[in-house]
Design a protein around this ligand. Structure first.
Ligand SMILES: Nc1ncnc2c1ncn2[C@@H]1O[C@H](COP(=O)(O)OP(=O)(O)OP(=O)(O)O)[C@@H](O)[C@H]1O
Length: 228
């Protein structure tokens, strides 16, 4: 659980490089930022500017090469932050499980008993008007339905921070608008903070704040409270 008041995630002078020597790529160059309760941020910028890498670092999926990331308002489990929900461009549902089991899997992995996990998965599907699909196989879903199931999976896990990496990047405009509605409803229901990476101005316009990136750097002033 998060404690109110503390930042959910805080990057201090984070650099992230891939490869070594002549093939080295610097994806993040000294990024400092902080995500607090209730924040709604669009990370924008051209392809290759470092948006996905920043989200991966904020999620604890990749370590910084230098600098540091902390999650003062979140617990840690096995060195990774607890209470972070991640949505990727492709919904990554497990093909051998039905929709309800896909939604329940993260709960089961985090130690929730099956008797609690399955009702929570069904409640999240109902909340997002997906109950009819509970028994469906992922291959039967449209792209928009699959992404909404991925959002139900996040909702069921009740994170304090939701990180969405180009969540509508593979969808047509109308479906993208609907998925975005569901994403915003999901974070409202949870009272969670939301950081979305996007190329799409229509997506960025739906979020209160923009953090533009270029060449691995945030090009806006560092949000308050970050130590240099
Ligand atoms: N796993 C990796 N191995 C090597 N290079 C990587 C890796 N991940 C990202 N990069 C490189 O780091 C830089 C930043 O990539 P990143 O995916 O963070 O940018 P992005 O702004 O999210 O781009 P896009 O909008 O195209 O997804 C790019 O030059 C990319 O090629």
């Amino acid at each position: 659980m998060s404690s109110t008041g503390a930042a959910l995630a805080e990057c201090n002078d984070v650099t992230r490089t891939y490869g070594r020597g002549p093939t080295e790529v610097v994806a993040l160059r000294g990024v400092s930022c902080r995500v607090v309760h209730g924040q709604r941020v669009a990370v924008t910028g051209e392809s290759g500017s470092g948006k996905s890498t920043l989200l991966h670092v904020l999620a604890g999926l990749e370590p910084p090469s230098s600098g540091c990331i902390t999650w003062p308002g979140l617990g840690l489990r096995g060195g990774r932050p607890d209470g972070v929900g991640v949505v990727f461009q492709a919904p990554s549902l497990l093909p051998m499980l039905d929709v309800a089991d896909n939604v329940a899997v993260p709960l089961l992995l985090s130690g929730v008993e099956p008797e609690e996990a399955h009702p929570r998965a069904l409640a999240a599907l109902e909340r997002l008007e997906l109950a009819d699909l509970a028994g469906a196989a992922p291959e039967e879903l449209s792209g928009g339905q699959a992404q909404r199931v991925a959002l139900a999976r996040v909702l069921a896990a009740e994170p304090a921070l939701v990180l969405a990496d180009e969540p509508t990047g593979q969808l047509d405009r109308r479906t993208a608008g609907h998925v975005l509605d569901v994403l915003l409803e999901t974070v409202d229901v949870l009272g969670a903070a939301l950081v979305v990476s996007t190329h799409d101005p229509a997506v960025a316009d739906r979020l209160a704040e923009r953090w533009p990136m270029a060449d691995g750097r945030l090009t806006v002033p560092v949000p308050s409270g970050v130590r240099r």
